[in-house]
Structure formats: C-alpha cells, structure tokens
Design a protein. Structure first.
Ligand code: URA
Length: 283
C-alpha cells in the first residue's frame, strides 16, 4: 500500500495523474461506511432548540429576520417505499414524454441524481416503432445529456446501421437516467425507483419492438432473473397500456467491445429484429 502521508505535493499530484490515466474516477476507503444509515440518523435526530437571539448593544432599527432556506432533504432520507410510491404517482401523471422528462428531472427520490451531472432522458424519435433500452449513462452520456454517445454508443450506431436503422428512426433510453458513480451497475433499489418512469416512457412511445440491451435492462424491464446469455435472442411479450409489445433482449454493446467474438450472437439477434420489422412493415 502507498503511504500517502510520505508523499510531498509533487508526489501526490503524480499519483492523482496516474489514477486519472488508468481511469480511476472514484476513490473508496479501506473500510465500508454506511452513508444511508448516517443520513437516516441525521434526518431523524431531533432538532436542537433555536439559539437565543443575541442582544444588540444599539437600539437601532431592526432588520426583518432572514427566513432560513428550507432544509435540503437528502434523497436517502426518503424511505424506499415513499420514494417508489412518489415515482409511480409522478410517472402515471405524465401525459406526454416532455411532461415525463420534467417530472423525472424534479424527482428527488433516487440518490443517483445527486452524483450525476444531469438527467439523461432519451434520444431519437418519440414516435419510433423501435425502442432500445440500455443500463445507464456513462461518463460521455453524463456530460452530453444523451444516451449512448460514447464508445458503446458508436458501436450501437454501427449495429443499427447494419439493419438499415439510425438514431433518427429509433428511440433510445436507459433503465436509470442518471450516471451511477464510477459506472457501477445500478442497485436493485435504484432500478425499482426508476422503473415506473421507464414503464411510462415505454407506454408513451408505444413502439412495436423493444430491444433490451444487456442483463440489467432485460432483467429489469421483463422482471426476469435469468442471465443475458439465456435471455438474448428470445422474443418476449411485454404488456403495456393495453398493448403487447414484442421485446428482444440482446447483448450490450459495451460487452461486445470487451468480447468481440460475441458479435456473432449480436448479429443473429439483429437479423431477427430486422426480420420482425420487415414482417410488420414498420419502416
Ligand atoms: N451504456 C448504457 O447502457 N447506456 C448508455 O447510455 C451508455 C452506455
């Protein structure tokens, strides 16, 4: 282990540059620390009585008291049940995709919002016949506010082009709309909180085909436990707003970048999608 106390200013700067160059973006301590428990405790701790006003020596005209700013309620302090109920209500009340985006932007129940730069809602055509759903924004998406614009997104563009599609003809979103810190997989709690918004987003787009990219999206949307290697390539019915949408789990492009040999499977699934699209004459 590096003895950090032995580092001088230049040494510390060199170490930070090294971490940045190898892609380390998040630093964690040696021992785990439960910040949820801490913020719960802080939130439920009784407030101390207000301090006695300090007597002013001069009987000057007294300025009106400044109203203290409303306390910012940490997202983690809202119970999961309360936050999920609020997510359901907000999502159900959205009548258009613009309204849904506004409600999601104002939703404080998911702590991912606190560490993300911005909301990454969607890209593409709101009336698309094909909707693709990924896991969550990465660093590039967090910066640009659009899903799938980094390396995985460039591969996704090529995959779409291979079957005659592009971003203007499809609608792209994620199961969580805020970047998880350090690109970690979203937790089951985060996924559950965002799911009502994703369901409503699917309902409002009302596509004919849903493409679920990777295990996280496929398992979350289809409420499945199977791994992506078993799920991929098998059509499912997704019931939504009185309509049945055909859903196809596929391998995530980020995975294909790491395992290029799996592109053969992805190509097979893309051909199945193309065949289904051609069959209904969606384009
Ligand atoms: N990976 C995802 O799942 N979604 C994005 O938007 C980018 C990368």
């Amino acid at each position: 282990m590096i003895d950090l106390t032995a580092l001088d200013r230049d040494g510390a700067a060199a170490l930070l540059r090294f971490y940045r160059d190898i892609g380390v973006e998040t630093l964690v301590a040696e021992t785990p620390f439960d910040r949820f428990a801490q913020s719960q405790a802080e939130f439920s701790r009784p407030k101390p009585p207000p301090p006695k006003p300090v007597e002013k020596p001069r009987p000057a005209p007294i300025a009106p008291p400044v109203k203290p700013a409303a306390p910012v309620r940490p997202a983690a302090a809202m119970s999961q049940d309360a936050a999920t109920a609020s997510a359901r209500e907000q999502a159900a009340n959205a009548q258009t995709l613009d309204e849904l985006r506004e409600k999601l932007a104002a939703f404080d129940g998911c702590a991912l919002k606190n560490s993300a730069t911005q909301l990454v809602f969607a890209d593409g055509a709101p009336d698309a016949r094909v909707m693709l759903i990924g896991e969550g924004p990465g660093a590039d998406e967090d910066r640009q506010g659009k899903p799938f614009v980094g390396r995985a997104g460039q591969l996704l563009d090529k995959m779409l082009a291979a079957i005659g599609l592009d971003r203007t003809k499809v609608y792209i979103a994620n199961v969580v709309p805020w970047r998880p810190p350090g690109n970690r997989t979203p937790t089951p709690q985060e996924l559950a909180l965002c799911l009502p918004f994703v369901r409503r987003q699917i309902e409002l787009v009302a596509p004919d085909f849903l493409v679920l990219l990777g295990a996280c999206a496929a398992q979350t949307v289809l409420d499945e436990k199977e791994g992506i290697m078993r799920l991929r390539g098998h059509w499912r019915d997704y019931a939504c707003g009185g309509k049945t949408i055909r859903a196809l789990p596929m391998l995530h492009p980020a995975y294909l970048l790491r395992a290029p040999l799996k592109k053969a499977e992805a190509w097979r699934d893309l051909r199945a999608l193309k065949k289904a699209i051609d069959h209904v004459g969606a384009f």
